[in-house]
Design a protein around this ligand. Structure first.
Ligand code: AMP
Length: 444
């Protein structure tokens, strides 16, 4: 399948080619023709799947194909939960639309509103926005929705997690009833399904497994350690294994700050990135990390979502997330595009519940290994046996054995028909670690 075959116009094909893409990703193959046909879409896909181009390319095409009543009036609105994601999506709009006469802008909170007002007054066809700032601008009379044709809700599950549901409902009431709706979400839990029912009209369902969440390209390890030793263990791992670029996840903002300080004290360049940091600080930290100046980026789950950092060799879970699906998102940051990645989880005895929940979601037990010199005083209790997966309701993680050639992702239509195969456990272990099998039974 090529981009030509998806029905994209020449200016978009040119932009895609200049960006260096040779073939569309699975979600692009599914989403682009459906959006071009004017259909609503409900897509289960997350960062790393190429979803952004999956909606930006056809939106650009639809908007450029029809002459609007007035040029540069808002015709497509893309709502995202975080500033980082909003900025990245707008960057994509600019990149893919560079040979088209359409204008775009991005608005989000935490920065001055006046430059955003100036940009809006010049007229835009496409606006990328976070919910709160969008409502502010609407209330100030700086944005009008009466000519809106296409709405995108990106990372809808995350918007609900972050408490944006009321803002979203308020925004929806302001929009013309007749419009095309595209909804993207990593998971489709009940709350999201309810929302989709009120928004989407006869949607095409698109489902793509998260990038390498299937563990086939990500080797996953649990390191049982005492809570008090976690920072020291991380420092030892970074130094001993000479990790040059590692993303570390922390459940809390405070924990992220503290850890970054401890790393700095140990002589390891580190920065924390989370919701309480200013936009400027976050952008600086991310740029430093990408440029190799910062070796360890400590991030909370929300801050890490939507970060466009691809193909990290390893990620570390400094603590386990309370929501097991976040574990899948976290490890999806490594092992992309065919490269093998490693995900290490530092687990203390009090995290056994989170560990069991994760193992249930991924439908396997994770190998436990012990870091020399840091064998825990408080052993992590044995894992619970793996329960049967839920088929309905809460989000399910798809497991695929067969991967298509290309970018290593797999697409399937329709939900419920596959998944839950238990992948083979990996036997590879780093040589200098003592290793015991996962406890608690049926791992193979
Ligand atoms: P996204 O899932 O939209 O955040 O995209 C993830 C990454 O994949 C981004 O860095 C994109 O630039 C890249 N990407 C998107 N589409 C393609 C494609 N067809 N081929 C190669 N890379 C792509």
């Amino acid at each position: 399948m090529t981009f030509d075959e998806l029905g994209l116009a020449a200016p978009l094909l040119r932009a895609v080619k200049e960006k260096g893409y040779t073939e569309p990703s699975p979600i692009q193959v599914e989403a682009i023709p459906a959006v071009l046909a004017g259909r609503d879409i409900m897509a289960a896909a997350q960062t790393g799947t190429g979803k952004t181009a999956g909606f930006v390319l056809p939106i650009l095409q639809l908007l450029s194909a029809t002459a609007p009543a007035h040029p540069h009036r808002l015709r497509s609105l893309i709502i995202t939960p975080t500033r980082e994601l909003a900025a990245q999506v707008q960057e994509s709009v600019v990149t893919y639309g560079k040979h088209l006469p359409l204008k775009s802008a991005v608005v989000f909170g935490g920065v001055k509103i006046n430059p955003q007002i100036t940009a809006l007054r010049k007229g835009v066809d496409i606006l990328v926005a976070t919910p709160g700032r969008l409502l502010d601008l609407y209330q100030q009379g700086e944005v009008r929705f009466n000519e809106l044709e296409i709405l995108v809700l990106d990372e809808a599950d995350r918007m609900l997690d972050m408490g944006f549901i009321h803002d979203i409902r308020r925004i929806l009431k302001l929009l013309p009833a007749k419009r095309q709706n595209l909804l993207f979400s990593a998971t489709f839990a009940n709350e999201i399904r309810q929302l989709t029912r009120t928004i989407l009209h006869d949607p095409v369902e698109v489902e793509v497994s998260p990038p390498n969440a299937t563990a086939e390209l990500v080797e996953q390890f649990v390191y049982p350690v005492d809570k008090k030793d976690k920072a020291a263990v991380l420092i030892q791992l970074v130094e001993e294994r000479d990790w040059q670029q590692v993303l570390v996840f922390s459940r809390t903002k405070h924990g992220a700050n503290k850890l970054a300080q401890q790393l700095e004290k140990a002589g390891i360049n580190a920065a924390a990135i989370h919701g309480n940091k200013s936009q400027a600080a976050r952008t600086k930290a991310l740029a430093g990390f990408k440029a190799g100046k910062i070796r360890v980026l400590v991030a909370t789950d929300i801050a890490a979502r939507g970060l466009d950092i691809a193909q990290l060799p390893q990620v570390v879970n400094f603590d386990l997330p309370n929501v097991p699906e976040d574990y899948v998102h976290r490890i999806g940051r490594t092992g992309r595009a065919g490269a093998t990645g490693k995900a290490y989880s530092l687990v203390s005895a009090d995290e056994i519940k989170q560990l069991n929940d994760i193992q249930h979601v991924i439908q396997r037990h994770l190998d436990r290994e012990y870091v020399d010199g840091f064998e825990p005083d408080h052993e992590v209790p044995p894992s619970a046996p793996i329960r049967k997966p839920q088929v309905h309701g809460q989000a399910r993680i798809q497991q695929h054995h067969k991967r298509p050639a290309g970018d290593g992702q797999h697409t399937s239509r329709g939900r419920g028909s596959e998944g839950h195969n238990r992948p083979q456990q990996r036997n590879k272990r780093p040589g200098n670690r003592s290793s015991r099998p996962a406890q608690g039974g049926n791992t193979r």
